[in-house]
Structures are given as C-alpha cells and as structure tokens.
Write a protein that binds this ligand. Structure first.
Ligand code: CDP
Length: 229
C-alpha cells in the first residue's frame, strides 16, 4: 500500500515592519496586528528587558559576554500588551529613556542577538505574526510574506518623541532628543551584527505626511494584495 505523503504545512504568515527609532512603527504595527487578529512581536522590548535586567544586576552594557549570559537566564513573557520579567510586570520600567539608551547599547552584541533568535521565532503561531523591529525582514523572518520599512526624517521623529514624552509628563528637550536619535540611528545602522537596513524586497513607507490610519491602511492593502497573488 502506498501511503500518500503528507502535504507540507503552510507556514504561518509573517508581516515584518522594520525602521528606525521613533518612526511610529510600534503604534502602526500594533494596529495592523489587531486588524488581522495576528500575534504581535515587539522585538525592541526584548532588548529593553535585557538592558533593564543587566542594569539591575550591575552588568556593564558594553560587556557582551556578561550581557548575553544574563539574557539566557531571563524568563520574558508578553501578556495582554504588558511585559513580564520572571513574572513581574516591568512594562513601565523598560520604557524610560535610560533603558532605551541601554537597549540600543546591548543590541550591538552579536552574541546577545543570537541568544534571542529562538525566542523571537517562537512568536510565529497561527493565524499570523506581526513582527516589529530593526532586523525582522532581514535576519529573523527573511521569508516574511510582507516586509515594510517604515521611516520618517529625523526631525519628524524627534518631534513625535518630544510630543510623546510631553504627553506622559516626562522631561522633554527637543534638541537633546534630536541628538539622541542621530546617535541611535548611527549605532543601529553601523553595527556589524544585523544592522538596520532595508531588506531588498521591502516596501518603503515614509510617514512624514501620513496619518497613523493612512499608514495602517497602506500596510493592510499591501498584505491583501500579497495574499491574493
Ligand atoms: O524606542 P525605540 O524605537 O528606539 O526602540 P525600541 O524599538 O523599543 O528598541 C530598543 C532598541 O533595541 C533600539 O534602539 C534598537 O537599537 C534595538 N533593537 C534592535 O537592535 N533590533 C530589533 N529587532 C529591535 C530593537
């Protein structure tokens, strides 16, 4: 008797949205995920958790080996939009400017990035995944069905971050924010491991003159077109 070969399991679709700091990616990505009832991976939050945990343990952010060793011991979970470290909700603690800078520093370490690959892949579950970050389309999910490179000028991004901080009643100095974005962009683009770069098959989405709704609709439309091909 000949047993028919099992038909290959279709891969769970991934939409990858990459781009620089403060481009509005997070907001847009979450709305696209909600519209499609997809899971959402905020990969930046992982680097923020590592920065937070290493800081708590007095580990130097530039010490690649110690940072990666610490990361391997962490139990990170996302539940209902909140981030948990070893069962403690640290969603607010990882969103400070200090931890944002730390995340950008630890993210340069290839050994740390390698330690976080399996965890990121584990988010790929049905019906689909919206992956948000810097290297989603280039390194982590190169087979993503749709890749978007979402960006805006540094000035637009600095204005957005400035407004965001004011809205949260946090200290906000426009010139300092602008300078910080230049530094983070240079670090993201210049690092040897998984630098911020637009994937060859990504679609560029410049959001300077777009509303959030327009950006979301653009991505949904492109996803529908990809799926109907
Ligand atoms: O707030 P911001 O957009 O700067 O950061 P985020 O998306 O929360 O990510 C925090 C930091 O993690 C960024 O500054 C990046 O350097 C780094 N990151 C990365 O290297 N790779 C990713 N896939 C996501 C974030």
């Amino acid at each position: 008797m000949i047993t028919p070969a099992p038909s290959p399991q279709p891969l769970v679709p991934v939409i990858a949205i990459d781009g620089p700091s403060a481009s509005g990616k997070g907001t847009v990505a979450q709305l696209v995920a909600d519209a499609l009832s997809f899971h959402y991976l905020d990969s930046g939050a992982l680097y923020r958790v590592v920065a937070y945990a290493t800081h708590q343990n007095n580990i130097d952010w530039d010490d690649a080996t110690a940072v990666a060793a610490c990361a391997k011991t962490l139990h990170i979970q996302f539940k209902h939009g909140q981030v948990f470290l070893n069962d403690t909700d640290i969603s607010d603690q990882i969103r400070t400017e200090t931890i944002g800078k730390g995340a950008s520093r630890v993210a340069v370490h290839a050994v740390l990035r390698a330690a976080l690959v399996d965890l990121q892949h584990s988010f790929r579950t049905a019906p689909g995944l919206l992956a948000d970050g810097r290297d989603m389309g280039t390194v982590i999910f190169p087979d993503a069905v749709l890749k978007i490179f979402l960006t805006a000028t540094t000035e637009t991004r600095a204005k957005r971050r400035h407004q965001q901080l004011l809205g949260k009643h946090q200290p906000a100095d426009y010139q300092a924010i602008l300078q910080d974005l230049h530094t983070r962009d240079a670090r993201d683009k210049g690092r040897a491991s998984a630098p911020l770069i637009m994937a060859e098959d990504a679609i560029l989405l410049e959001t300077d003159n777009l509303t959030i709704t327009e950006a979301v609709d653009f991505i949904l439309l492109n996803y529908q077109q990809k799926m109907c091909k």
